[in-house]
Design a protein around this ligand. Sequence first.
Ligand code: SAH
Length: 473
Amino acid sequence: MRYFPIFLDLDGQKVLVVGGGEQAAQKLRLLLKTSARVCVVAAEACAEIEAAAAAGRLELQRRPFRPRDLADVRLAIAATDDEGETAGVAAAARAMGVPLNVVDRQDLSSFITPSIVDRDPVVVAIGTEGTAPVLARRIKALMEPLLPARLGMLARFAASWRTSVAERVRDVGARRGFWERFFGGRIADRFLGGDVAGAVAELDDEIDRANVEAVGSVALVGAGPGDPDLLTFKALRALQEADVIVVDRLVPKAILDRARRDARRIEVGKNPRGRSTPQAEIDAILVREALAGRKVVRLKGGDPMIFGRAVEEMTALAEAGVPFEVVPGITAALGCAATIGLPLTEREARRGFTIVTGHSTDGAAEHDWQALARPGQTVAVYMGVGAAPHIESRLLAVGIDPNTPVTVVENGTLPQQKLALGTAGRLVETLIDGGIKGPAIIFIGAHPLPRPCAARTPAHLSDRIDTIHAEAA
Ligand code: SAH
């Protein structure tokens, strides 16, 4: 990050704009929303600027720029067509240490201005350090409909209650809970809907509620297979509201980056090679943190209800009387299937999709192998890399067609995703040839469709898929 994002207090400060054309007028439209003292220096000014000057909203000096104009200036903007004048402003600003923006000349500017979504006093600033202004505008367009028009008024309404709430809700944690419910619940809903009296009534109730002893809660949240864009909105909201996040070591940093920054993180979890936190200890942490009144997120890879020890955690929470909810996530098999273009069912040809684990507490898991070997279905094996020799020999023993297609995806949806393609009769070889170490999903019963159907598959994987299809033909 080369540019540091800040909001600068311009109240009563002098701001200088050099230039009187359309570009200057554009900059002035935003500047005049602040309570800065705005001064424009320009030999000639357009009608809009003349009008603002006539209305006393800015001071207009009808003459060329002089270095002395920068005295006591907090911020300067050069928006003049005259290159010589621009160079003069840039040199003087640099010499006098005045922050300067030169329109369309990032090289001469010591600051640049972001794209903004304006719900004054709520302002979202979007910057790309000048690399992609169009991208910034697209992000702005995405955000506009997300932020209600009355959001700024809601912020002012909240500010007008801040002192009174601080007096009536003494406990800091309870107060933070109150403000969470203020913005995330009925108070904001009413206010944004225009019902101010209703909002005030809700506010009184909510203050009373905040003073009843704070109870924490736990959300078992699915983080999805790894790509942060595959988080659900609900998961994102839970992550942003959490006081404490209890997280598996396998959850990528890119996902944790989306969590509330000052949330406390407790790393736990299953590490096949390193230290694992015993499940009972994890259960105890969840109960302890929630009973202390905190909002706890138990963040798990994929979906919490699939091979995620949800039973133990939910039982422990229920026994301790801690309220909890489950936020589903995209399970690994679904994420992997999507990125490589492998439909999990197929009309008539594959009528079902089964999820099994390759691993159990005492080693390789046992299953009804006869059922898993039957054609006309897709089986996704989780935690199956270590158990591959066992799976291969069991399937062959019950007479699986050794040519049954097998697809293996390691680190699915992540940049380091790997793909291996083979057959049930050569399962172990397929893993070895593909350099697969896990975490991986082994799909038995299907290969990905050829390239045009998997348009978003990374090129090196598409090539592999093409080769397989060419060999089969
Ligand atoms: N609750 C998780 C599964 C936890 S068990 C879910 O719903 O996805 C851990 C196993 O999930 C791993 O051994 C591996 O088989 C699978 N897995 C998790 N993330 C994966 C990924 N990004 N790519 C491939 N397999 C993954």
